[in-house]
Structure formats: structure tokens, C-alpha cells
Ligand binder design. Sequence first.
Ligand code: S3P
Length: 428
Amino acid sequence: MTSKTLQFKRPALHGDITVPGDKSISHRSVMFGAIAKGETTIEGFLLGDDCLSTIDCFRKLGVDIALDGTNVTVKSAGMHAWEEPKDILYTGNSGTTTRLMLGVLAGSNVHAILNGDASIGKRPMKRVIQPLREMNAHITGRADGQYTPLAVQGKKLTPIDYKMPVASAQVKSAILLAGLNAEGTTIVREEEASRDHTERMLRQFGAQIEVKDGVISFEGGQQLTATHVSVPGDISSAAFFLVAGALAQNSTITLRNVGLNPTRTGIIEALEAMGANLTITIDDENAAEPTGTIVVKNAPLKGTTIGGAVIPRLIDEIPIIALLATQAEGTTIIQNAEELKVKETNRIDAVVAELTKLGASIQPTDDGMIIEGPTPLRGALLHTYGDHRIGMMGAIAALLTEEAVTLDDADCIAVSYPTFFNDLNALM
Ligand code: S3P
């Protein structure tokens, strides 16, 4: 845990950033490569701590994974050739690793134990265990499987027709991955669309999957074929610089290689609703995952209401949107975002506490927060709660203060954006 003091004195920001690989897609690329028989090559892989945890887990299952910078090669004899791990699969701070691995392991032929860090130990796992148990999975764990550590004894699964009680791509993906080893049709019904990287990657690896009006269905027993995956830049990482460029006086920032999957672009809609000046060029709309370039220039901003179906499409961006709202004229209401309470930390409490220290006018609500702007921000000592997105929110806030902002733990940022401070410094 290393603290970091940032004193920037309100600089103008100029420059070009190639956004590092998408965290969600990087995890999935290794998982799918390990399930498929053959050699999968990945380019643009995110070397963040979370994705390295996923690689570690599969190495313990005997999968051959080689890293060369952001190029990764996964050689697998297929998931039924995995070795039974002799050690615990450690998922670190990664909810995606923990929850998706449960789905993957449930239909394997190995026994494995999953455990993560203190934050993972508080995050709800029942939402995944319950549908997996309905598929005949054998999973045990602390408090009847509500929390890690969790043990999975892989076995033959039965399909499920499941109506999602929360909009969660992690739950949906765990069910779909388990469905690969269930005999018959697995169906997942979503009321609100969550990120669809698993569905897209199933197709990329040769599976047939049908998605219509929020109903996803596919046949178990399909073999995945190893392939090449190009990981786009993470819009959730780009979001910090989109907000920096929108807020810092006389700034223009170009963000290249940004993933523009429509299930992830809620941040663009929120910025535009608040008056941000964005120019977007799409590179290839027909790619497995569309990408593009975004140019952001600072502009006067106004408050807005963010809620309903857009929430799952910007859930990870709410801390940085809250900072944006402190500088917008009028009231910003963020609602229907109770899922924030079960992220890496309780992000409603964390965002409200830390922005308040900086001088913001922000109140928590049961399902979000209300922010009045604009308020000048001042320096403070901020607590990150070990949460990468709270840490990056604090670092971007430091661009708006005369005094120093100190992060008590800057190391946590490496979970999703290990090169964050290099990119930030290059803009000044
Ligand atoms: C993710 C899904 C989201 C998101 C997380 C990554 C994924 O979580 O917050 O950072 O890769 O599927 P939920 O699915 O729990 O909402």
C-alpha cells in the first residue's frame, strides 16, 4: 500500500492516449482460450492485477499461458483435460474472475477452491451459486455459499431457464459458461441489458447462440474453437480521461482504441446529456467488439438525472460521473444504482465520503446520490478503500484543486489501469 500526493495546480490537458485493454474482455479471452481446444492468441490484453489473477487460476489448472507484453497465447487441450489444482485458485480483488470461474468450474471434471482478498470476501456470491445449484452444480462455501472461500466439485449439469433478478453480466456469464456443459438449452432472460461480451465471444469461438428481446438461449455440448481475440481499449478506463478533458480548462484529449460496445457506452450518453463536447469516430462497426476514437474538449456542463436502463451500461463509471457532476451547473441525480453497494467497496458511501472531503455538495440516497454543482474543490487526504475506481476518481479530482490531494493507497489502481499515472502525466 503506497500513498501518493498529487499537486497539479489546475493544468490544461493536451494529448493522445491509447487506452489499455478492456478488463471484462481480457478476462473472458483467457477463459474462452482455456475452455477451447487449441491455441488462442490474444492481442491488447490488459496487464492489470485482476486479469493476471485469471491467468494464474488457469495456470493452476494446467493450461499453458504465455505472455509477451500485451500479447497472450493460451494453449489448451480443452477444458476436460484440465488438471485438478493442488492449490487454492486465488482471485485477488476480481469479482469477474471469482464469479465467472464458478460457472466455468461447475461443469468441469475437477475439484477446485476459490478465494480472494478481503473485498471479495464481502461480495455476494449467492446470486451466482443459486442458479448454478439449480443447474445441479455442487458448490459449498462460507455461510452456505454466500461468500468466499468457495469449493466447486465439477460435474454434469442440467440446463436452466433463468430470469435475472439483477442486471449483472457476471451472473449471466457464469450461467452461460456453465450452460456449455449442460445437456439441452440454457436460457437467460434479462429485463435490462448488461454487458454482452460473453455472448459475443461465444460466437467468436464458434458457438451458436440466439439473442432476441432480452432472451439469450443456446445449446449445451457445443465445442469452442480456439481463435484470435483483439481486445479493444477499456471505455471504463477511458472514462477518467473523458471526464478530465471535459473539466480541465482549455483542454483537448484524444482517446484512441476505445471499446464502443453499446452495452458499455452509457458514459458517453451521460457526458453528452451534461453538455460535454465529444467527437466520436468509429473504426470498425462490424468487429466482434466495435472500437473508435473519442476527442473531448472542455465545455460548460449542466446537471442531469441518470437512472433506469442506462445504469448497467455505466455502472463502473458512476464514481467519476459523480466528480463530473460536482462541476456541473444545477442538480445531478443518480438513481436505481443500488448495485454500487456491492462493488469493490460500497461505492455510494465511498464516493459521498471522499467527494465531501474535497468540498463537494453530495448526499447519499438508498439507490444512488444527489449532487449540487458547481462547487470549487480543495485538497484533502483521500481514502481509496482499496478500490481502483475510487483511487482514479481522486487523482482526476486533483486536476481541479490548487492544493495537494493525497491518495492513501495508489497501488490499487493497478487492478484495472496499471499505466494510469503515466497516461495522466503525459497530458500535462
Ligand atoms: C463485469 C460486470 C459488472 C462490472 C464489473 C465487470 C464483467 O459487474 O461492474 O466491473 O466483466 O462482467 P456485474 O455484472 O456484477 O454488474
